[in-house]
Write a protein of this length. Sequence first.
Length: 162
Amino acid sequence: MKAISLKEVNFIEPEEKHFFLMEKLERETFSNFFNKSFISNIILKSAVALIVNVNKTYSGHIIANISSEEVDILKIVIHPKFRRRGLGSKLLLTLLKKLELTSIKKILLDVAIDNKQALSFYSNLGFEEVGYRPSYYKNSNKDALVLRLKPKTLLKSIEKSI
């Protein structure tokens, strides 16, 4: 598939009107999806988030918690028709550039142990396995791997690929 041109893409902070679309894509993608109420609460209270539009069409989002030295990615999801075209990498890079990573020492996330596509995506970006969480996903009782990356590694990796 052809990579998506940056001319076709824009990244914005989600507003209340986007939360339904975010839940819909979560519901279609994950058994442990975030519902609209949870998305609204977490974004309005503590998390940072971006949505990505391709040609003005909602195409995915990222939600992360930020501490003084750490980014914890809670969700990154791209609509199936836009996957494997560089959009997830662009979304992650855009969020990290927005955060100005001066004090961030590590980026963490959890991924289902059987989610081969996500594991491949994160591995290609330079994430490394640092932990294991048995029965982490309550809806499916699936295990998760904890992945970590140092921001400078990620920025080099992503900038090379786009």
